[in-house]
Design a protein around this ligand. Structure first.
Ligand code: NAP
Length: 250
C-alpha cells in the first residue's frame, strides 16, 4: 500500500519509524521544508509544498497514493484543509494523526486567547519579560508591542522576524526538560510565557515550569481543522487504521 504521511511532527516521525522496513507498505513522508537541518528519517522523504489542493491532488494521482495520513502540527491548518479537499476529489482515504490539546491543571495560570494578535493584547501595556515560544513564523505580531523584553526560542535563527530592541534569541529544539526550562526562565527573569496549545510531551516542560514558578501563560488556541476526517492520537492507532484499510483493499 502506497501511503503519504504529511509530517513535520513527532507523531509523523514515530509513524515513519513504525512503517520503516515493512514489505507490505510503501510509505512516503512529506515535509514542508521549514527546517534547514531536519532530522534524518527512516523512510523515503520528499520536501516542499505541493502547490495547493490541485498540486496535491495531482501528486496523489501521479504517485498512486492509496492512503494519506495528515500528521501535520495542530497549527498547520492550511495543509490539513488542502489534504481534506484533495483526498475528497479522488476518494483517497484520509486519517488525521493529531495529539490532544493541553488542558489546564490545578496551579496553572493560563490566559486563553484565540489568536496571536489576541496574545499580543493579553500582554498588556506595561513592560514585561516575555518568553515567546510560538515559532519563528508567528513572531511578527509582537512587533506591535515593543515595550516588552522578549526571550525568543526558535529552531531556526529569527533573523529580522521580530524587529524590536532587546530581543534575547535562543536557538534550540524539543524535547525540553522541566528543570532546564525553570533555570532558563529564572535566569532571564521571565514573568509571562506565550505559547501555542501544541499538545504533546516534547514542549510541555515549559508549561510545567511556568506552573511551578507561578508564572502566567498566554495560551493560543488551535485553529479549526477540517470536519469529518477520521482522527487518532497515536502512531499505534494510525497503524490500526491502516491495517483495517489494507484488509478492505481488493
Ligand atoms: P500550513 O500553514 O498549514 O501550510 C502552508 C503550506 O506549506 C501548505 O499549503 C503547503 O504548501 C506547505 N506544507 C505544509 N505542510 C507540508 C507538508 N508536510 N508537506 C509538504 N508541504 C507542506 O503549515 P505551517 O503551519 O506553515 O507548518 C509547516 C510545517 O511545519 C508542517 O509540516 C507542520 O507539520 C510543521 N510544523 C508546524 C508548526 C506550527 O506551529 N505551525 C509547528 C511545528 C511543526 P502547498 O500549498 O504548496 O502544498
Amino acid at each position: 500500500m502506497r501511503i503519504l504521511i504529511l509530517g513535520g511532527t513527532t507523531e509523523a516521525s514515530a509513524l515513519a519509524a513504525r512503517l520503516a522496513g515493512r514489505s507490505d507498505v510503501s510509505p512516503l513522508l512529506s515535509m514542508a521544508g521549514r527546517t534547514s537541518d531536519p532530522r534524518p528519517m527512516p523512510i523515503p522523504t520528499r520536501i516542499g509544498g505541493f502547490g495547493g489542493v490541485a498540486g496535491l491532488a495531482a501528486f496523489l494521482r501521479k504517485e498512486s497514493i492509496e492512503a494519506v495520513i495528515d500528521a501535520t502540527h495542530p497549527f498547520a491548518a492550511v495543509m490539513s484543509r488542502n489534504a481534506a479537499e484533495a483526498c475528497a476529489l479522488d476518494q483517497v482515504p484520509l486519517l488525521a494523526l493529531r495529539r490532544p490539546a493541553w488542558t489546564a491543571q490545578a496551579g496553572d495560570r493560563w490566559i486563553d486567547v484565540p489568536s496571536m494578535q489576541a496574545a499580543v493584547q493579553a500582554l498588556g501595556e506595561s513592560p514585561r519579560r516575555v518568553f515567546l515560544t510560538v515559532g519563528r513564523l508567528e513572531l511578527a505580531p509582537f512587533a506591535a508591542a515593543p515595550q516588552h523584553t522578549y526571550l525568543v526560542r526558535t529552531i531556526e535563527p529569527i533573523g529580522d522576524a521580530l524587529p524590536v530592541a532587546g530581543v534575547i534569541a535562543v536557538q534550540d529544539r524539543a524535547p525540553f526538560h522541566e528543570d532546564a526550562e525553570r533555570v532558563l526562565m529564572e535566569r532571564e527573569r521571565v514573568d509571562v510565557v506565550v505559547t501555542k496549545n501544541s499538545g504533546g510531551s516534547a514542549t510541555y516542560p515549559k508549561i510545567a515550569a511556568a506552573r511551578s514558578l507561578g508564572l502566567s501563560v498566554v495560551m493560543v488556541a488551535r485553529p479549526d481543522k477540517p470536519q469529518g476526517v477520521d482522527e487518532v492520537a497515536s502512531a499505534d492507532a494510525a497503524l490500526d487504521w491502516l491495517e483495517n484499510l489494507h484488509g478492505r483493499a481488493p
